[in-house]
Write a protein that binds this ligand. Structure first.
Ligand code: ZN
Length: 199
């Protein structure tokens, strides 16, 4: 099962083009991956400079030795967090999730399974870019000096105890569904393997 996600023309994607690389401070840069603590990073570094990702960033260049932080989460955890965010009544984006369920007739039955089966239907209205694999937010062509860190590493970097990554109640998930999600996000696991990273 491979999912082709629809293009996203949300306000953010129209303004910027992923992958987005920001210089946080001299010698330290960061690839913005939605839902991976990006809000907290932005809060901590309000004066960050956009290095790549839009038409105006060409005038800046990154120091060759700069390390580029990539914050990664376990793909199943991340997916479930997104699921809660959009598709459970306590989630912050439940309105958009409910509209989506109405639009494509996902009423009743196993909601999580319906969402997994219909990821290709997600569109700009749901800001589908949030659901793309994490590795798609990293520029692999430029061969930066990557530093892969997990969410606990990010907490340490930001000097906070723990980042709030939960969004309401937990979802019940079967081992079959875990396997399906792992297949959908196979590229992320390959990316992890390439760097000997475990989330
Ligand atoms: Zn978008």
């Amino acid at each position: 099962m491979s999912v082709i996600f629809q293009p996203c023309d949300c306000v953010y994607c129209v303004k910027h083009r992923f992958p987005l690389l920001w210089e946080l401070e001299p010698g330290v840069a960061w690839f913005e991956i939605p839902k991976n603590g990006s809000f907290s990073v932005k809060e901590k570094y309000p004066k960050r400079i956009l290095i790549s990702g839009d038409a105006y960033s060409d005038q800046y260049s990154l120091d060759r030795d700069a390390r580029c932080i990539v914050v990664l989460r376990d793909p199943v955890d991340r997916f479930l967090s997104m699921y809660r965010h959009y598709f459970m009544a306590t989630g912050a984006r439940f309105k958009a999730g409910a509209r989506f369920m109405g639009r494509i007739n996902l009423i009743g039955g196993d909601r999580l399974q319906s969402v997994i089966d219909n990821l290709h239907e997600l569109s700009t209205a749901e800001e589908v870019h949030h659901f793309r694999p994490q590795c798609s937010f990293v520029d692999r062509v430029a061969h930066y000096r990557y530093q892969l860190i997990g969410m606990s590493g990010l907490s340490k970097l930001l000097g906070v105890d723990r980042l709030n990554t939960t969004d309401g109640a937990s979802a019940t998930i079967s081992s079959d569904q875990v396997a399906q999600i792992k297949t959908i996000y196979r590229s992320d696991y390959e990316f992890f393997d390439e760097f000997n990273f475990s989330a």
